[in-house]
Ligand binder design. Structure first.
Ligand SMILES: [Zn+2]
Length: 71
């Protein structure tokens, strides 16, 4: 793997450049985070919000049903 800063060829699997110490490969987690776009993140959040709304709607509907049954 070639260092992006100084151009030194480093053995595969090396995390930092042997010449200048520049980080050659990012952590697996942060690489995935970089790949996510804002739109993808927003769609994730929106899906979570929708799920939360469905669950709370079911809880409210259940509460109303119990309230009507006890009346
Ligand atoms: Zn380097």
């Amino acid at each position: 793997m070639k260092c992006p800063k100084c151009g030194t060829e480093n053995p595969a699997g090396k995390i930092v450049c042997r010449n200048c110490g520049t980080r050659l490969r990012v952590q697996p987690g942060s690489q995935a985070a970089v790949r996510w776009t804002d739109a993808e993140l927003m769609s994730w959040v929106r899906a979570d919000v929708r799920r939360l709304l469905i669950v709370s709607a079911m809880v409210i509907a259940g509460g109303i049903a119990i309230g009507l049954a006890l009346r």
